[in-house]
Design a protein around this ligand. Structure first.
Ligand SMILES: [Zn+2]
Length: 231
């Protein structure tokens, strides 16, 4: 198979609520759970490509029933999701994955905003089931990137000679559509990580204004009718 071209998906990812993408480290005494920060970019928070890729993949998998129990990613290597994201298993890798998720950095304006205002810390609260009141000391507080911060989001797509670029675009649109309805990062079921994508471009062309409606319409037929690759 021949690689024909790279096509870029670009968007501005705006936070509609605070975002916590944790470092996975246990906090020290009196410290909150920290968010991921880039040491080279003056300690500014960023969103790792792995978090974005994992979120989009897992949402497409649950939507299209491609989950291998107990909750592992699909590793068949042949379905549309494996073709896009990779099978994650060298025994079932038949061709290279199509999508390369970049780390998302803050836009210059949002960097300035955070330099000025800093990050926020959301208290971690556990509710006492008998009194219905907050119990102290049960959960760690979590550092969050504040709402309205914007990140530059980019996915580079490898288009091979038999691939249908428009179908790759439809799969990506569905991924974004699902991510907007779900949540990114930690504390997603408790308000954090509500995101939206704006100024979306694929192959340097703007997404249609009604792209969300189109996703709603084609949702049920995506797996069967929108094949990214012809035989
Ligand atoms: Zn698969």
């Amino acid at each position: 198979m021949k690689l024909k071209e790279y096509v870029l998906l670009e968007a501005v990812m705006r936070l509609k609520s605070g975002l916590h993408i944790g470092t996975g480290e246990k906090p020290g005494r009196g410290e909150p759970l920290f968010v991921m920060k880039s040491i080279l970019k003056s300690n500014m928070p960023y969103v790792p490509g792995s978090s974005l890729k994992g979120k989009m993949r897992s949402l497409l998998e649950v939507t299209y029933g491609k989950i291998t129990p107990p909750g592992s990613p699909c590793g068949c290597g042949k379905c549309q999701i494996c073709l896009l994201f990779g099978s994650g298993n060298s025994n079932t890798t038949f061709e290279p994955s199509r999508l390369i998720f970049r780390d998302s950095n803050l836009t210059p304006e949002s960097s300035k905003m955070i330099e000025k205002l800093g990050l926020e810390t959301k208290p971690g609260v556990s509710i006492d089931r008998q009194t219905g009141k907050a119990k102290g000391g049960a959960l760690f507080p979590a550092e969050r990137v504040p709402e309205n911060a914007e990140f530059n989001f980019e996915v580079s797509c490898r288009i091979f000679e038999n691939d249908d670029k428009d179908k790759v675009k439809e799969w990506l649109a569905m991924g974004l559509f699902l991510m907007e309805q779900d949540a990114l990062g930690g504390g997603g079921t408790r308000g954090s990580g509500y995101i939206e994508f704006n100024a979306i471009k694929f192959d340097s062309k703007d997404f249609d204004k009604d792209w969300r409606d189109s996703c709603k319409k084609i949702k049920n037929e995506l797996l069967d009718r929108h094949q990214i690759k012809s035989k």
